[in-house]
Design a protein around this ligand. Structure first.
Ligand SMILES: N[C@@H](CCC(=O)N[C@@H](CS)C(=O)NCC(=O)O)C(=O)O
Length: 254
């Protein structure tokens, strides 16, 4: 962001994995933003399926980015992260060397029907009961996730600290918000025992600036492995997450 530019608006909620990926990137890079609370799937005033929101993003999903000065709107977390990196010259997380960049893009494309299944199979069924995700779909999603983790263990992370090499990139932020949410300490709904390299990567990612700020929501939600959280726990997790975020953003601009 250049001096004098108003902070971008980011539509979303801290519970959303792809929203967390974008927020984490922005905190990591010290780029201020305004989080515009938008309830995923709701047709209400602040909902992502409200006609006003659909006019902005026809897919009706969060995150959505809007630049107040230019009116430019963009959906899809990975498109948003690439755009911000291009615009701001964040070449460390989205390298300009075309092969290194392609390696990041490779993971970002792979993510959608593979690692993203973590939410469909393990987290959403407990938190978003309204989605009524069929048991067969949950099982298929869990199997897909396990295959993807095997790919990370024996491929992407076999000889590298991060997914595409020795330094953190957009690929890591995107992957962690899905995989990391399953850890003990957060929802605790997956056994990472067979994946030591993935476990080490998870630990390394916890050291990346901004991790704690965007994960307050999961820290507060706690272990959901045996029982789905009640509505008060969900509300409090959200409230505390927003407070933490507000504090971090205030410290950044102040
Ligand atoms: N591929 C999209 C996925 C976005 C997505 O699924 N967002 C969910 C919240 S985590 C959402 O907005 N759901 C509302 C809906 O589909 O109605 C991205 O990465 O941005």
């Amino acid at each position: 962001m250049s001096a004098g530019e108003p902070p971008v608006k980011l539509y979303g909620v801290p519970f959303s994995q792809p929203v967390r990926a974008v927020m984490w990137l922005m905190l990591y890079k010290g780029a201020p933003f305004e989080l515009v609370l938008t309830n995923p799937g709701s047709k209400g005033d602040n909902g992502s399926r409200n006609p006003a929101f659909l006019a902005m993003n026809p897919a009706g999903t969060i995150p959505t980015l809007q630049e107040p000065d230019t009116g430019f709107v963009l959906g899809e977390a990975h498109a948003i992260m690439c755009y911000l990196s291009n615009k701001n010259g964040w070449d460390d997380v989205y390298p300009t060397d075309f092969r290194q960049r392609a390696a990041v893009d490779w993971y970002l494309h792979f993510h959608h029907r593979n690692v993203r299944e973590a939410s469909v199979g393990l987290v959403a069924p407990k938190i978003r009961k309204d989605l009524n995700i069929p048991e067969a779909m949950q099982q298929a999603a869990r199997a897909t996730l396990t295959n993807a983790l095997q790919g990370l263990e024996s491929g992407w992370l076999a000889d590298a600290k991060y997914l595409t090499g020795d330094s953190v990139t957009l690929a890591d932020f995107a992957a962690y918000v899905e995989i990391g949410q399953l850890q003990p300490g957060f929802t605790n709904v997956y056994d990472f025992g067979p994946f030591p390299k993935v476990q080490q990567w998870l630990q390394d990612m916890q050291q990346i600036d901004g991790h704690d700020d965007v994960h307050v929501v999961l820290r507060n939600l706690g272990d959901i492995s045996t029982e789905a959280p009640d509505i008060d726990t969900i509300k409090n997790a959200n409230k505390n997450a927003l407070r933490a975020l507000k504090e971090r953003l205030a410290a950044m601009v102040g």
